[in-house]
Design a protein around this ligand. Sequence first.
Ligand code: URA
Length: 435
Amino acid sequence: MSYRMYDLIRKKRDGGELTDGEIEYFIDGFTNGSIPDYQASALLMAIFYRGMTERETVTLTGCMARSGDTVDLSRFGELSADKHSTGGVGDKTTLIVAPVVAALGGKMAKMSGRGLGHTGGTVDKLESIPGYKTDLSPADFLGQVEKIGVAVIGQSGNLTPADKKLYALRDVTATVDSIPLITSSIMSKKLAAGSHNIVLDVKVGSGAFMKTPEAAEELAREMVKIGKGCGRRVRAVLSNMDVPLGAAVGNSLEVIEAVNILKGADSGDLYEVSVILASQLVSMVRGIAASEAEREVRGAIRSGAAFEKMKEWIASQGGDVRYLDDVSLFPAAAHVKDVLSPSAGFIVSTDAEKIGKASVKLGAGRASKEDTIDHAAGILIRKKTGDRIEVGDAICTLLTNDASALPGAEEEVLSAVGVGEAAPEAGPLIYGIVS
Ligand code: URA
């Protein structure tokens, strides 16, 4: 059957449902360059306004997942596990969840990304550990997962080229925030990465893509439905991103914070979110209740088993584990400055996105693709939403090797923090779990 893009655009514009053949034609043709950007853009805008049925989104996701290389994790049966975060500030949960799940029998074969905009990336964080290699060959990647249960590498090969091209086009045509397009983008990458069990950490709040619990839940329900429709076990955790997660924002600072949790610093928002994410994965991998999995997860952290697993993992990828045993070995930033509160009261809001942007200014992220990262740069948060502060109290500490970045970052942080007279009502850390 031969298709014409014109007909697909018109059909979707008028609220029709695309057939599997039409969707396949679009993804194949757009990926190989035979369908031009202007027609793809028009279809994306029609999808933005008209949406997609569940069947259309399943088909789109599957076609995108098969547009390039796929990872075969079938040798791990139903034990393979992966997590995805929709992106946050200070989100270092992978560094905790991956070794915990491996210590409890899961096979964490994870491909992670670099920082994007104001949000950090796991690959950049791991590269702050001297020697850590993020580019294992496929055989070494799978061999390591087989042997120790966990490997985390950068995205390699030609995974989901359709998503790469589509995402770039959506970015410049105001079609990013469409539920079927976000769902197919995220889930196609997860499907191509091969894991049987997937936990999605869907962030909600000022630092997240989804600003309200309702929007996040709608996205989560769609992603879980589509993942299941494609034959995987998927659960989504809706977690708060109104404030950065934990106290550290920046690469080596976040590794240090994660290591401290695995060494037993078992309280606070980062610990709790990591426990919930790991518990959902362990529950799926082992087929046990989430409450039982949660007891095991807390136990694996308390006993040190998860920290030992992290050391095994980092060493296996060439990282110097002396830095994990003694985090004071991480190079310190040359310039350290406390940001002092100009007023007294309670912190009523913290704009996580602005904190992320301030950390990028300090060198912890990239303003453009070519920028290099200052692994020691970032922000240590001293006071969070709900805390009482007096004039002159340190709200946070800025760290950088570029002194000229300090004034701009300080201004950004001060504009991120709202101070009021009464303590605000605390929002939940976890809004819910979709399964
Ligand atoms: N993250 C993705 O990978 N894709 C989207 O469309 C949005 C967020």
